[in-house]
Design a protein around this ligand. Structure first.
Ligand code: FAD
Length: 569
């Protein structure tokens, strides 16, 4: 059964039903409690609920507020793993990206990538041609989408900003782009449509153990009300991303394996300042590879890879992180010469990787790993956005084995490869395009631009219809304000938007991709939220403060130094 057919039976996903959800949380003995609402935890909750486990997912902040809104936003086969000869990982991520595209064709979109070949660059023509051929082969790419090698003129035509003096050609190959936070959210919504209870702003503080010392539940705090609650379950899983070791330590001492966090940042430039025509994956003078990706009104560039041991709850872009990427951009596009003042937004995220002695950040494996503590906590870390489904399957298989051994109850096999990720899903990219075209015509009648149709469909798929139907156009407010207000009503009622930041950062991506547009819609959106959620004046002020901090962090750079590209010890 598809997720959308389950909605009548499943849990709602509205912050307006929070009190009912909290009563439901306390009343039940759960099969599974999942800690962490990033892509990994939401993937696990969907898999488990779809197999019939009574599942609850608890996220201490908002869904995708950790690493899962700070990635490069690619669903990719991991070309860099090919260089590290990690054939298994390339094959797995290559196969997975095709599956995730099928599950959400409006959200996981084919995107051709250009890898320029230059004088003095890391890559030669023969090696690149062979490497990309193997990459396509491992990922099972259809013949019509397989890589082509371009000569100098062809590569320059694809991307006129590349330096004609050093350009020698290029490899042109298939990848997919996505919005990591929206993907995570749609997984959480699909999980709740299958009956999982997924709640944001619910922090797991501690574990409850039985007489035998085995974990039997958790203690959590509702961060919106301050209430603490105790929940019992057959099994607890931690998908806490960078917080995994901290959570593991609350259950039992860490074993020999532990996390090694590395930080990666992205910078956002207005598209007219960095007018790349096409997504690029280019090498920079220190031998690392960097992406430049056009998206609507902006181009974003990333990433870096540096060891991190600072505050997990507020990861900042430092001035020298930003300097590094600005130099990278200027080395590959010398005619552009961007400066720090051209940066309009940015984000920084942490890779929860598994520590390996003597390896530099870029050499650390991106493989996932499952740890089971002596008192039964299962934790998962490492991996990629792209591989979330396989990671979830691995964990849920293990959970089911444990529960079945204890109770004799059996559950159905994994079926997430067939579960579409939004209500009324699209069946193909063609259908997405046809729907977008229809919406463009409709929006033109409301004074909205055709770009709004692309934005709406890319964000919400066919759920755009509900947002457009609820547009309250008036002569006193711009169509942009009417659209944002309709979106926030949808967000509160259908997408667990509880704070202003949830809306501006993770439901709509405005903080990163349309930061200038926030000023115009901010006040009416907050008014709308205040009415819907009955905020007091104090709560409103607190929300304004949190939004201001998010805006500040995206547009300012911290002074402390990051050791860029350290050599392995
Ligand atoms: P997170 O998203 O961090 O989720 C963990 C969640 O647990 C957090 O939301 C946190 O708030 C919550 N939590 C922690 N403690 C508690 C608690 N006590 N109670 C309740 N909740 C708790 N992968 C790709 O496939 N493609 C890419 O292009 C890509 N680019 C990347 C670029 C960068 C710079 C980085 C850093 C990573 C990139 N990745 C990419 C990797 C990918 O983003 C991560 O592997 C993935 O997002 C990790 O998801 P997660 O759910 O494991 O962790």
């Amino acid at each position: 059964m598809e997720a959308h057919q389950m909605i009548a039976k499943g849990c709602t996903f509205s912050v307006l039903d929070r009190d009912a959800h909290i009563s439901q949380l306390k009343d039940q003995h759960w099969d599974l409690i999942v800690i962490g609402g990033g892509v990994t935890g939401c993937g696990i909750a969907l898999d488990a609920a779809a197999r019939g486990l009574k599942t609850v997912l608890l996220e201490k902040e908002d869904f995708a507020s950790g690493t899962s809104s700070k990635s490069t936003k690619l669903i990719h086969g991991g070309l860099r793993y090919l260089k590290q000869l990690d054939i298994g990982l390339v094959r797995e991520t290559g196969t997975e990206r095709a599956i995730v595209h099928r599950l959400a064709p409006h959200l996981v979109i084919p995107e051709k990538m250009l890898l320029p070949l230059t004088d003095g660059g890391t890559y030669g023509k023969l090696g690149t041609s062979f490497g990309l051929w193997v990459y396509d082969l491992l990922a099972g790419v259809k013949p019509e989408d397989q890589r082509i090698m371009l000569n100098k003129q062809e590569a320059h035509q694809k991307e006129p900003l590349l330096n004609p003096d050093t350009l020698r050609g290029g490899g042109y190959y298939a990848e997919y782009r996505t919005d990591d936070a929206r993907l995570t959210l749609e997984l959480a919504k699909a999980a709740s449509a299958y009956g999982a209870l997924a709640m944001n702003y619910m922090e797991v503080d501690d574990f409850l153990t039985g007489k035998d010392g085995h974990i039997q539940g958790i203690q959590a705090t509702d961060k919106l009300s301050g209430e603490t609650l105790s929940l019992s379950a057959h099994q607890v899983v931690s998908a806490g991303g960078p917080w995994v070791d901290g959570i593991r330590k609350k259950a039992a001492p860490l074993g020999t394996k532990h996390l090694q966090l590395t930080k990666g940042i992205h910078l956002v430039f207005p598209h007219h300042v960095l007018p790349v025509r096409q997504s690029l994956y280019f090498d920079v003078p220190d031998g690392r590879m960097v992406f430049a990706i056009p998206r609507g009104k902006v181009t974003y560039v990333g990433t870096t890879d540096t060891f991190y041991s600072g505050n997990l709850d507020r990861v900042l872009v430092t001035r020298n992180d930003a300097d590094y990427l600005v130099s990278a951009v200027n080395s590959v596009f010398p005619s552009v010469q961007v400066g720090m003042s051209d940066i309009v937004s940015s984000w920084a995220g942490l890779r929860p990787l598994i520590h390996q002695d003597g390896k530099s950040p870029s050499e650390l494996s991106r493989k996932d790993e499952v740890f089971t503590s002596p008192n039964g906590l299962i934790s998962i870390a490492g991996g990629k956005l792209t591989g979330y489904r396989k990671m979830a399957k691995k964990v849920v298989d293990r959970v089911i084995k444990t529960i079945t051994k204890k109770s004799g109850i059996s559950f159905s096999p994994c079926k997430t490869h067939t579960i579409k990720l939004t209500p009324e899903p699209f069946s193909s990219a063609k259908e997405v395009e046809a729907y977008t075209e229809e919406l463009r015509k409709k929006l033109a009648g409301c004074g909205l631009h055709s770009d709004h149709a692309d934005y709406l469909v890319g964000n919400y798929g066919r759920q755009s219809a509900a947002i457009v139907a609820d547009l309250q156009l008036s002569v006193s407010a711009s169509p942009e304000i009417a659209l944002a207000c309709s979106e926030v009503r949808f967000g509160v009622k259908k997408e667990a938007v509880a704070r202003a930041e949830d809306f501006f950062v993770r439901r709509t991506g405005r903080l990163f991709f349309d930061i200038d547009g926030i000023e115009e819609v901010r006040r009416p959106v907050l008014d709308e939220m205040q009415t819907l959620l009955s905020w007091s004046a104090d709560r409103r002020r607190a929300e304004e403060g949190l939004l201001d901090q998010a805006l500040h962090d995206a547009t300012h750079f911290a002074a402390q130094k990051t050791v860029l590209n350290p050599t392995p010890k």
